[in-house]
Design a protein. Structure first.
Lengths: 258, 258, 258, 258
């Protein structure tokens, strides 16, 4: 394998398809959103993306079987008429090299073009302090898609802010094809998996592209994540208190000596 | 995108053209000079340079629109007869890989050759302590261009000094084409954007290549930069004083103990 | 040399061949196992693998002769009828680049396919605290090979654990050929060469693929390795004791002062 | 420039030619030896080697002229009959990437083959504590060339020692051509330019390949280098004494307190 390539498992005839991408990144927002969407919609596996720019290890599954790191494309036929079918993409890892980042995004766009995708949505996280309801920021290649998501509740990304990795490069490279692309970034503290940010992004997505999916299934994962954050904050507070106490003791000694 | 490539937006028929290049680097001298020149001359966008060797992120603009990192070529028709038209180049970033540095400079030279450019000028910064009037150092591929800039007020670069990045490699690679190339380096402290160094370089350039451009428009930016330096120096002096005070206190304690 | 390539020294007509691979890695388990197997079976050199992704130095031998870093394939004709001939592979180093890791594994699979190899076994180490009898973990590309090694005494690899480097990528890439592949990882502390882990892996291998090899020849090397570990543990314990003593002394001083 | 390439300035018809290579490395032994040989023999420039794997800067000369980093081949016609003409190679830098290291050595071998070179000698440094007369270690691709240099006074390289960079890879890759290759490593402390080590290597070389060159011209540079070492050692000794003094003072304080 000298280059990134896509191995198709089955051909599809999608109706008005939108491609949604989410890879591991800040707060795992993209990965969590895609994993949930694929499971909830019972989407079908249609292709793998392999690349020599992924990390050089393989993964073992429960039965002891082994596989390369890869990305996977899934297909979901929208039961609503005159609506968007979905092609969903997620994977194990981002590219480990700069050139690989460009190559993987380019191959994904080739595949999208071949399947007559007119719009691609990419998902990521945006580092922020916590809030009850995380905002979702949008950036895109055309004003029209931006308006649609803003109507669905998204906020405009700050000017000058970079979008790193596959979620960003797909937008940058999509202009060379006749494909619109949009990136939705969920606010997240970023250092822990953040299903709440993922849910916020999915809410915007389903309203923008008009597909039905029940999101309440994420609530349990959200509760667990919040409990974890509370626990870590308690530990951190205790650590800070102890550090202050130690510092006071040290100052007492110093004063005594001088 | 597997290689650096140039996407032409419009064809030009330049008269006796000179290409001027300035990318981000020390003190942002090249970038500031080019940005000013392009704006002041109202130069027209004629081509983009894309590369998989640029960093792997995209930028968001004020309207939420997204674009790849890139370089841009601009064209300015000189109203004077028997004079030099200008092709101006600037961009977001230098290459992130060694091979990319060589590839980007080579592609730029191909484009210059195609447009019958006879001379290329590259702009950068040269690290020095501050002076009222920063010197401009020159290095070039032919003695003739060196003489012209020295007459215009430039000083000869010190022997053995390296010129790093695109500004240097264009000169090194230009010998394989029949194109002269010259590099102008403005003296700068380098750690802050330095419009004064940029202005000094532009003065040499306009006299060397005989084009008119009003440079006083940079004065306000220069004042702001100087105010910033003064502010940082005041902070630094205060920090040094405090460090000395702390040291004295520590010595008192030590003396007391021993 | 622009790419990894295999230089064949002689053609073979193997009977039902299995390829066994072991390169330097954790505890040198793979390298020790292969070196022993090659010597004990008096296997014949049949091909070299060279790569520009190996480190950029050469090695000097006892006579002052020099050679590139490389991998070497050996061939052993199994005297038992209706049994597996072996192709054995070991080498000086793993690839130093990500792309090289994929390229080398791919070239090895090409060579295996050409020689009608139906199964490949790769060998590595798995970091664990010491035990008398190290376990051997197995992961593979098909359930059938897994069963065979589990019957021979191997344990199933934990789900989600990565297998890094050539030993892993061969499994991942073997699916693109019609070749089964299996990886055996011997438990090892990992920071020293570990012949006991190598022996444990070889025991599983000979029972799985039904070839005879006397393994007691490794016992002396195992004793030496154990003596070395005991010596290092004694040094470490002494260091810890001294550190504790120093700490007590420091605390006495501190107590005195405050 | 996408690959390393050699630009020939003139064609030669060498008689029984030997290629000698010396690039910057430990103690600059190879570079100093080649620079001296080229000057002393008044060898003629015949070709440049350029590579996108060299560092990405250019160098300015005394007149302000600029050039790419490169290697240069020189030619010397041996006035003795039935003797070896020399092709000499030195340059500004080693490759900055692993693949580039292999590519540059391979291109040099192509050029050597084209010019009917039968033997290549590479020069480097070998880290050792100082002696009056540094040893020269030899490693080679054939026993015959080793014997010749050992007779000329060289010692056999220790088994297992690596030879890093171009000086080593040329030997490793020369086996794919019908060219013998030999590496001579002069003992050097390595942290300063070491003309004495360079002279020792040149003595072996002229006796091995039977060409006349006066080496006393290096003596002045050797004296200067020795004076520099003496000066640095004096500074180092003083620094050690002061550190010991400070430590004693500190211990006195500590003793006083406890």
């Amino acid at each position: 394998m000298k280059e990134t390539y896509i191995k198709e498992l089955q051909q599809i005839q999608p109706n008005n398809p939108v491609l949604i991408e989410g890879l591991p990144g800040l707060g795992l927002v993209g990965k969590i959103a895609m994993r949930y969407l694929i499971k909830q919609l019972k989407a079908q596996k249609i292709a793998y993306l392999y690349s020599p720019h992924f990390p050089y290890f393989v993964l073992v599954n429960k039965k002891g079987n082994v596989r390369l790191l890869r990305g996977t494309f899934y297909y979901w036929k929208n039961p609503k008429e005159d609506s968007n079918d979905l092609i969903l993409f997620t994977g194990d890892s981002q590219s480990q090299t700069i050139e690989g980042q460009y190559e993987i995004a380019a191959r994904m766009l080739d595949y999208a073009e071949k399947n007559h995708v007119h719009t691609i949505a990419t998902i990521g996280g945006y580092r922020m302090e916590a809030k009850d309801k995380p905002k979702v920021f949008v950036a895109a290649t055309s004003q029209e898609v931006i308006s649609k998501t803003v109507q669905a509740g998204a906020s405009l990304s700050a000017s000058g802010s970079p979008i790193v990795g596959t979620a960003g490069l797909i937008l940058g490279l999509s202009k060379f094809k006749k494909i619109d692309a949009i990136c939705l970034l969920g606010e997240t503290r970023g250092y822990l998996p953040d299903p709440l940010a993922a849910k916020s992004v999915l809410e915007i997505l389903k309203n923008t592209f008009n597909f039905d999916v029940e999101l309440s299934g994420l609530n349990e994962e959200i509760s667990r994540a919040e409990a974890m954050v509370t626990r870590l904050q308690a530990i951190e507070e205790k650590r800070v208190l102890q550090a202050e106490e130690t510092k006071k003791q040290d100052e007492k000694k110093t004063t005594y000596i001088s």
